[in-house]
Design a protein around this ligand. Structure first.
Ligand code: BGC
Length: 427
């Protein structure tokens, strides 16, 4: 089979978003926030209350942090030193899924097995210390509804997680029961936050002028400090769950991917932009270009490696396509493949940035955009080629008069630090 180059051009067109459509996305996003603040049923996002505002930077003490939100779970002991400083005292990380060995996130896994495994990771981070009392902050990166800082109830799994018996439950109850089963009585879970909230807390602990926190990784989501939350007398961070934003122009492949996913109709923005799905979109597109409708198992890491191949013979691109699609391609075809990958990455970065613009405009006072940083964590933002450049270009295009006031800033590993800060703020 050879690559149909005209088809690749068509696919690139399908993944190209005009500046007008990007502007419309920013406008729709801002509107979705503003109608949602009045009546959440009118928004395609959730705008979930976090019951926490920004830290002062002076929070201090030793805390346990649990970071549960992707295929790796981490437990950390963190010492907050104040003045925006901290130390990681210990850290244990383990995957929840090892092919051929165990799987705590698939549809055959049960809540007790999952939380017993997590309690074991926490126990390891404690190195057998079952006496020193610890407050635990839990970064739980799935849509959860709360009525206080600690009682997050999972609304729905995302990112293709499917463990039974967790949806609808209060996750820290499941965690506490597992800790008790394991004999870890000295750990008290006191706070649950979304990973976006963790990023914002971690960034704001160190850096003023930060009101927006975002994850751009396996999944995608953003939170921000809302000055006026109904029923609250102080500003509060809202977890937007904007991976579910859907006032967007999807293409044919987006719709096909959605239909075949664990949760059709949900997380439409996330399925267009995040690392979990970009490789799938690329595999589907390449399948069409080879006239083979099966799609292939590419990952976002493959996409990065394809873009990074600057060699004359495009050996890396050819090898990846051979390994994943079983097809031999020549140099010219490899260049087409690179352009297709670039179009999918570019669209992702443009869409994510247009949502940031929607938030920044919403936060403007009397139409004046504040000088600020948007804190972002995640492998796509940090490591994927093209992403940060495209984000800068999009900020400039959508905020021609204000782009110098707004920048995106990497908040690396904020999930652990943010959880510790949240535990400190719960005191
Ligand atoms: C979840 C969010 C999370 C994001 C990034 C999404 O799938 O719904 O809660 O913040 O992934 O981890």
């Amino acid at each position: 089979m050879s690559l149909d180059k005209a088809k690749v051009q068509e696919l690139i067109q399908e993944f190209t978003v005009s500046q007008k459509d990007l502007e419309q996305t920013a406008v729709n996003f801002q509107k979705d926030i503003e109608v949602g603040l009045v009546d959440i049923s009118k928004s395609t996002m959730r705008l979930l209350k976090s019951y926490v505002g920004l830290p002062t930077g002076e929070e201090k003490g030793d805390f346990l942090a649990l970071d549960f939100g992707g295929t790796n779970v981490r437990a950390l002991r963190i010492r907050l030193l104040g003045a925006g400083k901290f130390e990681v005292l210990s850290k244990v990380a383990k995957p929840l899924y090892v092919p051929g060995q165990y799987d705590f996130i698939g549809p055959d896994a049960a809540a007790t097995d999952l939380f017993d495994f997590i309690a074991g990771i926490i126990d390891e981070a404690l190195a057998g210390d079952h006496t020193t009392p610890y407050k635990l902050g839990h970064t739980f990166s799935f849509p959860s509804s709360q009525t206080n800082l600690n009682n997050a109830r999972l609304i729905i799994w995302t990112k293709e997680f499917a463990t039974k018996g967790v949806e609808g439950e209060v996750v820290n109850d499941l965690l506490l029961e597992a800790l008790q089963r394991r004999g870890v009585g000295n750990v008290e879970p006191v706070a649950v936050i979304n990973d976006t909230v963790a990023v914002l807390l971690a960034a704001a602990y160190k850096q003023p002028d930060t009101y927006v926190g975002s994850i751009y990784a396996t999944g995608h989501n953003t939170c921000y400090l809302e000055p006026h939350v109904a029923g609250e007398d102080k500003p509060m961070i809202l977890n937007m769950e904007c991976g579910g934003f859907s006032r967007l122009q999807t293409n044919r492949l987006d719709d096909l991917l959605d239909k075949d996913s664990e949760k059709p109709g949900e997380q439409r923005l996330e399925k267009m932009v995040s690392g979990r799905y970009m490789g799938v979109l690329f595999g589907m597109a390449l399948g069409e270009a080879f006239g083979d409708k099966t799609g292939y198992g590419f990952t976002s890491i493959d996409m990065s490696n394809i873009v990074l191949d600057q060699s004359v013979d495009k050996s890396q691109v050819c090898a990846i396509v051979k390994a994943k699609a079983g097809q031999d391609i020549d140099v010219e075809e490899a260049e087409y493949v690179q352009k297709l990958v670039a179009a999918i990455i570019r669209r992702s970065a443009e869409l994510v940035t247009s949502t940031y613009v929607g938030i920044v405009r919403h936060l403007a006072e009397n139409g004046k955009i504040k000088k600020q940083h948007v804190a972002v964590d995640g492998s796509v933002y940090e490591k994927m080629p093209l992403v940060q450049d495209e984000m800068k270009k999009t900020l400039k295009a959508l905020l021609p008069d204000d782009y110098e006031k707004v920048d995106t800033m990497l908040e690396n590993g904020g999930s652990g630090l943010g959880a510790a800060i949240a535990a400190a703020m719960a005191e």
